[in-house]
Design a protein around this ligand. Sequence first.
Ligand SMILES: *Cc1c(COP(=O)(O)O)cnc(C)c1O
Length: 419
Amino acid sequence: MKKIPFVTKEQIAEITKTYPTPFHIYDEKGIRENARKMKKAFSWNKGFREYFAVKATPNPFILKVLQEEGCGVDCSSLTELMMSEACGFKGSDIMFSSNVTPAAEYKKAKELGAYINLDDITHIDFLEKEAGIPETICCRFNPGGVFKMGTDIMDNPGDAKYGMTKEQLIEAFKILKTKGAKRFGIHSFLASNTVSNDYYPTLAGILFNLAVEVKEATGVEIAFINLSGGVGIPYTEDKEPNDIEIIGEGVRKQFEEIMVPNGLSDVAIFTELGRFMLAPYGGLVTKVIHEKHIYKEYIGVDACAVNLMRPAMYGAYHHITVLGKENEPCDHKYDVTGSLCENNDKFAIDRMLPKIDMGDYLFIHDAGAHGFAMGYNYNGKLKSAELLLKEDGNVQLIRRAETPEDYFATFDFCDIFKK
Ligand SMILES: *Cc1c(COP(=O)(O)O)cnc(C)c1O
């Protein structure tokens, strides 16, 4: 599907008068419309809730927008819990799906009344000792082996550090029951960034059958099944996006076939999507500041991998639009690079684009999730601002750009940087 930026060159020219590039910009309208579609697709399930994976876009203003659309939050660290608390999420608004969890994080999650999702059977004693066992508790399942859909191998759970085996999960439920837990959840995340309407229904089938087995083996009350993250987006134009309505219907079919006949029709479905909720509704806007002609043609921009790490880290493709040149032919081949002293700092390699001129603005698509969030400070580069394009067309600053003072703040115990 053709990728069209949600801002025009004229809008960006206006915005940069107040907020210089580079910056991330998010589309409130797109976020809200998508969240509503998501909710509607699963409205057949009474207890359905999407718990937005905070790690994808940890910004309180974004969390507030999703909160208004009825979402909860999925956290996996102390600061994510703190941010969620500050936004007014509490109790059953919060899933805590962590792994290798420090004691302080379990304490905080318990104090907030969050749903705690245990990554391992050994965490039962750890949690009991550090924070106590809550009445509702969730365990994360890892089926091992390879995860297939039809004949396609989607991912390799047998190699993943997450979750417990089926035997451990059943044992964990029995132990938790003796320790006072009353309601139980089952969670699993088997494949990342799936562009297929079959992923959730396939996963649901596996987890629903497991729920039936667990109920028979332990007699516990299953309160929810958490399908977690993994419904993805197409980063390239040659693929079509997932259809959440079809996905919701696919899960419903499995629910009616497996859960309903086994007396599990009251079980709630939870999701923990990050990418699907935000990625297409955020873009990284950067200005062309250099060009270089050596063995290849290079375009140098004022953003770098610090602002969007996925291309450098995974070789991920992010579509690029040269703003104002949407309809010009892509007849120039460029490497689009940032300024890090690392040759993998390239937003695009051998990319066909319209002829680029100094001062052009590039819109790097699908940066709304796992974009700003993965940022780092290598080479002393500073993180950019985040802006929200409001439904009324105004632009709101939702995170200021870092300053050198922020960068040096961790030396505040000494006086080297004191003026
Ligand atoms: C990362 C993560 C998610 C969100 O994944 P997406 O690919 O962004 O949908 C959900 N749950 C857990 C436990 C995660 O680690």
